[in-house]
Design a binder for this molecule. Sequence first.
Ligand SMILES: NC(=O)C1=CN([C@@H]2O[C@H](COP(=O)(O)OP(=O)(O)OC[C@H]3O[C@@H](n4cnc5c(N)ncnc54)[C@H](O)[C@@H]3O)[C@@H](O)[C@H]2O)[C@@H](O)CC1
Length: 493
Amino acid sequence: MMRAFAVADVRAAEEAVRAQLPEGMLMTRAAEGLAEVAMARLGRHGSRVVVLAGPGDNGGDALYAAAALAGDDLNVLAVLTGPAEHQGGLEAATGAGVVIEEWRDGPAGDAVTGALADADLVIDGILGIGGRPGLPEHLRNLPDLIGGDAFVLAVDLPSGCDPAGLVRSDSIYADETVTFSLAKPVHLMPVSEPAVGMLTVVDIDVPDPDAIAVQRFSHQDVASLWPVPGPDDDKYSRGVLGVVAGGEHYTGAPVMAVTAAVTVGVGMVRYVGPDAPTHLLRQLVPEAVFGEGRVQAWAIGSGLVVDDASSEQLRVAAEAIASDLPVLLDAGGLDLIEGPRHAPTLLTPHAGELLRLAKRLDIRAQDGATIDERLMQLQPTVVAGLVADRLDATVLLKGSITSVVSPGASELPTYTQADGPTWLATAGAGDALAGICGALLAGGLPPQLAGAVGALVHGVAADQANPGGPVRALDVAHQAGRAVAHLLSLPQE
Ligand SMILES: NC(=O)C1=CN([C@@H]2O[C@H](COP(=O)(O)OP(=O)(O)OC[C@H]3O[C@@H](n4cnc5c(N)ncnc54)[C@H](O)[C@@H]3O)[C@@H](O)[C@H]2O)[C@@H](O)CC1
């Protein structure tokens, strides 16, 4: 399990430790850890190091690390990028023989562009957790100046990224990011994680704050969360999932959803839908039963087009939404919710569906702005949070990194899972995910865990279905049960 903590909580935790230590000790620890990682990455392969140092403590870390690297006979150039810099760090670097250049505004000088183009290692210490999203104006073209062979090592976070991981922005793209004791949201959130590269946490003895901002389950975590049947269980006690999905037109979506629910071990599936998908399901998933009956949870909406849905589907869906049972709403099912349900609710939109839902319900940003394509593109998890708050529901926003956002009042962390291959962006994959998450709701998991664990299993199943290559959604659905078996068999940490 990985955990990330809000920037304010990190600052408070660091401050408490710093108050107990001699002046500068925490930064010394950070810089030593950074220099050690830098040496390991350079190995024998190069000696030209460029250290980019900004105005804050992040730049201080980088300058002290520059001093340590220069002391190891490397050819180190430090570039000062801000209006000022950490004085102790600058003195240490100068004293150790680091060559200093300035790039405080305007275009970079030749010495800087040449060094960046030829560097073996670039250490990005421009902005840390005090950084606002986006690169400072004069550094906008910096990513283009770094030579293709350079290993880019970011200090704490790639400069330009939003430390809170909420706002998509231009930034450095790192091969590796070294952070200190505590991961921050930037390291795990969908808009910023791709810039982080490999994440290395150097321990500087700062204890975890109480509140977790972002959490990610590892494969080993699944065994402690999965609803494994006991000797007294039967198909009813294990959980029956009602599925309202598909129609005469979209006959495949219920096949994917019901297959996935059955393979991951739901007690039973009851399917409600018109003739064509029902006939298909009778052939392809003989374990399913048909028509209404008692269930423990509902999965509604995969392949369902409200205008074409049967009157039985619409009636059953409306009754389910009005009930106090857990309900998952996917795709067309998202068109059926009007307000909070006061029962466990998991919404599983992709970005386009989330935008449609936010617009239909006239959900506004905190400053009153309407939610449009641009806001959705720049701040997807913020929009998910607004929808979660309005509907008192958990929102699972699909993507290569899937985020599961609960209403703010719940104080639950945001879960982000990045377990699947990019091949998983294929028709029907979301239907399989709805089946897996629905099965977990029926098995008694709360929506945030059903969403996060479901996304994890879905990703692992996709990977295993055709390692390294393309996958079809039905294979993901078929593989999901074997993925669960694999995950349950992993040794516990
Ligand atoms: N607090 C601690 O005890 C420790 C902090 N450490 C380092 O300190 C960092 C935090 O230091 P700071 O709080 O000084 O923050 P930063 O190092 O991120 O610096 C913030 C400075 O950059 C300016 N700035 C922010 N965004 C900008 C933008 N987009 N364009 C131009 N200028 C911008 C701010 O006005 C401020 O002067 C951490 O990320 C970490 O690397 C480490 O030394 C470990 C110990």
